[in-house]
Ligand binder design. Structure first.
Ligand code: TXA
Ligand code: MG
Length: 316
């Protein structure tokens, strides 16, 4: 069921049940992070491998201390600037955090969502919420309550509707291996913005084997229809125009019907492009197309995170 009753969502979560919740990045599939049966339900409903750890969500960074051993200086500086917001920090976990949540890792991923509904909900609970994106493992993340309902609706008692997600890309994940600030997943906060606060960061390329953050798994965020990164003209030589979907930054491609095209931001605004990407990909994925051809954006700001998602959608 979809609804807007925060108290009902809180009651379900307190009773150990799962609820899909809105955040400013994407919708999450939430459960009490300290309740092993709730956490194992999350893995089951998402069909997520148990080696892929979960982010814990708290109402404020000041609430993090029971769950971590230490907070590096750079982490504190990033938290002061970007939390609440689309940032996740990898910190050394305390014994309070169940090993199932971190998939056995000594690190826990911590995020403070800025969405007002998530904020209100988390403030009512006395525990953190584990919440991966509320999509079946490997598919495109949901940015509306309806997206969640289409795929997981029959498996969870409640979807808390907070409207369409304002950011539309998952959080940026930053860790501190050997004390060096490192981006493990590009996301809703641009690398440049992080660098303006703490100076240069290392950016780890994703890998298909032995990922340090399994969000780094190469094939992820993928639509059902094969997605390729190439010039639309080249694809037009292989398929009839009626079978081609296009994802482009600012302008439509003349050779393919408009209804089969996703133009991310006519004005060239990266935030608008990020907000529209996943919903647009889902919309194309529902059409009877043979292939989706995507154009990469300039490698700057949120363009880098959008390109990361497009590359992963293409890798399979
Ligand atoms: O914006 C977001 O981060 C959303 C919203 C719901 O908060 N959540 C999200 O969760 O994207 P999920 O599970 O779909 O992606 C989290 C990524 C996963 O790739 C996971 O491998 C990585 O974070 N991660 C979580 N805990 C980790 C840990 N302890 N060490 C390394 N990577 C971790
Ligand atoms: Mg996910």
């Amino acid at each position: 069921m979809i609804g807007t009753d925060i108290n009902h969502a809180a009651a379900l979560l307190k009773a150990g049940q799962l609820v899909a919740i809105p955040t400013e990045t994407v919708y999450g599939l939430a459960g009490n992070a300290l309740d092993l049966s709730a956490v194992s339900q999350i893995f089951k409903v998402k069909n997520r491998p148990s080696f892929d750890p979960l982010i814990i969500h708290l109402p404020a960074f000041s609430a993090v201390s029971p769950f971590v051993k230490a907070i590096p200086e750079a982490a504190a500086a990033l938290a002061a600037t970007f939390m609440p917001g689309p940032l996740t920090l990898l910190l050394e976990k305390s014994a309070q955090v169940p090993d199932m949540v971190t998939a056995g890792s000594p690190l826990v991923a911590v995020r403070i969502p800025a969405h007002p509904v998530a904020q209100q909900l988390l403030s009512q609970l006395g525990f953190p919420l584990s919440a991966p994106s509320a999509n079946p493992f490997g598919y495109i993340s949901p940015t509306t309550a309806a997206h969640v309902d289409q795929q997981l609706g029959s498996q969870i008692p409640y979807i808390l509707d907070g409207g369409p997600c304002a950011v539309g890309l998952e959080s940026t994940i930053v860790g501190f291996p050997d004390g060096r600030p490192t981006v493990f997943r590009k996301g809703g906060i641009a690398v440049e913005a992080l660098e303006s606060v703490i100076g240069p960061l290392e950016v780890r390329a994703h890998s298909s084997s032995n990922p340090q953050a399994p969000g780094m798994l190469k094939s992820h965020y993928a639509p059902r229809i094969p997605l390729v990164l190439s010039a639309p003209e080249a694809v037009l030589a292989q398929y009839p125009a009626e079978e081609i979907g296009c994802i482009r930054f600012q302008s439509a491609f003349k050779g393919v019907p408009e209804a089969q095209q996703l133009v991310l931001s006519p004005s060239g605004d990266y935030q608008e492009a990020a907000r529209r990407l996943f919903a647009g990909m889902r919309q194309l994925d529902r059409q009877p197309l043979s292939v989706i051809v995507a154009e990469l954006l300039p490698e700057e700001g949120l363009g880098r995170a959008i390109n990361d998602r497009l590359r992963r959608a293409a890798a399979r």
